[in-house]
Structure formats: structure tokens, C-alpha cells
Ligand binder design. Structure first.
Ligand code: GLN
Length: 245
């Protein structure tokens, strides 16, 4: 009996240390440049990737990244299949009901882009009866649908969303400002242009399962990074400008 008890005890000890060493699963989008995207060497890089790495280092967190389509991240957090998600995720009241967010780490907004030779679209109102391409499960889907007067085509990733515009299948893309800005100045250079004003001020937060103990640790690390200048440095590296307040 004694032997059995000590064996059970030893097993419990072993499993609990294994759990303690299990890396956190941290999801990010498959492509949301310049926040997360594949480098020419095939590895992921970007502002989100490097921000998380720095936060985890400060907070002493062991983790593994898991790229996934954006619309899988909130459900993955809700079902505890992932421990955190950093994906330029807009803090919205609807999401905040089902997951927890870190403090905001980036101020964004929603922007239209059109083909460079279009001069008939300078506001969302010019999209009446037209086709908008955007990404499934994002705050831009909600925004585009709330306009209510255009057909909204949804794609699971940025490449397909932008391709729909380039190939003539949509009149405009409506999506996050820093991402459309990046697209317009790289792959889409000379082919697309930003149109209309910036809609909807948005802030990005890191997502966690509701009530996760990680929120406080990550917020503390983020506050430290903002105080010691490393946040500003990282921002400058990726966006070539000081943080938008
Ligand atoms: N900021 C947008 C959202 O949260 C898009 C994020 C993304 O596509 N990675 O819905």
C-alpha cells in the first residue's frame, strides 16, 4: 500500500512538473504585415512577434508561436486551446465579453484602398451598390457590413483579400490602416491608393482566455517596456515613426 501511494505521488509530481514546463501556445495571424509575416527565410517576424518575444522575456514566459487564420483566434482562446493571441486584434466590447485583453499596445483605425486609377471613390458613401473586399471575422467585416449598402466579400487572409481588389473582383478593400498602408507602399505600390478618411479609431490588445492570470503579468511587462523606452524603439523600428498617441 505504501509503495502504491508513493508511486501515485511520484506520478503526480512528474505530471505537475511537466505541466509547469509546457510552453504557452501563443497564436498569431498567418499574414498581417508589418505585425506578423513570413520573412524571406521562411520565419515569422514583425512588430507583434518581436513585441511578444520582449514581453515574454520580461515576464519569464516559456511559449511557442502558432500561426493561424485570424478568425480562429477568439474561438481558440474561448476554448482554451491557445493561451494568448497577438494578431493586431482590435479591442471591441463584443470580444471583451468572451475573452480578456491586455492593455492597448497600438492605436489603429480602418481605411479604404482602391485601384490607383479610380477617382470616383473618396468616402464610404461612394461604395453604394459596389463590392467591398475584407477579412473574415475582423472588425472591418463588422464595419463594412454596418454600412449596409455594398456587397461584402470576405476572405480568411490578407493575400486573398488584397488579390480580390487587384484582380478586379472588388471596388475597394476596407481594412486596418497600418496594414493597407504597408500594402500600398510595397506589393501594391503604383497599383493601389488610399482613399477617403480614417474610419473608427481602434486599439489593439493581446487576447487571453477570460480571466487568465497572464493578463496581469503581460500588462506589467508592457508598462515596463513603455517606461524603459524599448516599446518606443520597437515601434520606431517597424513603423518608422513615433507611437501615435
Ligand atoms: N484589427 C482587426 C481585428 O481585430 C484585424 C486583425 C487581423 O486581421 N489580424 O478584427
Amino acid at each position: 500500500m505504501k509503495r502504491i501511494i508513493s508511486m501515485v505521488f511520484a506520478c503526480l509530481m512528474l505530471t505537475s512538473t511537466a505541466f509547469a514546463q509546457e510552453p504557452l501556445i501563443v497564436a498569431h495571424d498567418t499574414n498581417f504585415k508589418p505585425f506578423e509575416f513570413k520573412n524571406t527565410d521562411g520565419n515569422y517576424t514583425g512588430f507583434d512577434i518581436e513585441l511578444w518575444a520582449a514581453l515574454a522575456k520580461k515576464a519569464g514566459l516559456n511559449y511557442k508561436f502558432q500561426p493561424m487564420d485570424f478568425n480562429g483566434i477568439v474561438p481558440g482562446l474561448q476554448t482554451n486551446q491557445i493561451d494568448a493571441g497577438i494578431a493586431g486584434m482590435t479591442i471591441t466590447p463584443a470580444r471583451a465579453k468572451v475573452i480578456s485583453f491586455s492593455d492597448p499596445y497600438y492605436n489603429s483605425g480602418v481605411q479604404m484602398i482602391v485601384m490607383a486609377d479610380r477617382d470616383d471613390i473618396s468616402s464610404i458613401n461612394d461604395l453604394e451598390g459596389k463590392i467591398i473586399s475584407t477579412k473574415l471575422g475582423t472588425s472591418s467585416e463588422t464595419f463594412a457590413k454596418s454600412f449596409g449598402k455594398a456587397e461584402v466579400k470576405l476572405y480568411p487572409n490578407n493575400d486573398a483579400m488584397f488579390m480580390e481588389l487587384i484582380s478586379g473582383g472588388a471596388d475597394a478593400v476596407i481594412f486596418d490602416l497600418p496594414v493597407v498602408q504597408d500594402f500600398a507602399s510595397t506589393v501594391g505600390k503604383g497599383r493601389v491608393k488610399l482613399a477617403g478618411p480614417l474610419y473608427e479609431g481602434q486599439a489593439y490588445g493581446i487576447g487571453f482566455p477570460k480571466g487568465s492570470a497572464l493578463v496581469e503579468k503581460v500588462n506589467k511587462a508592457l508598462a515596463e517596456m513603455k517606461a524603459d523606452g524599448s516599446y518606443d524603439e520597437l515601434y520606431m523600428k517597424w513603423f518608422k515613426t513615433a507611437p501615435r498617441k
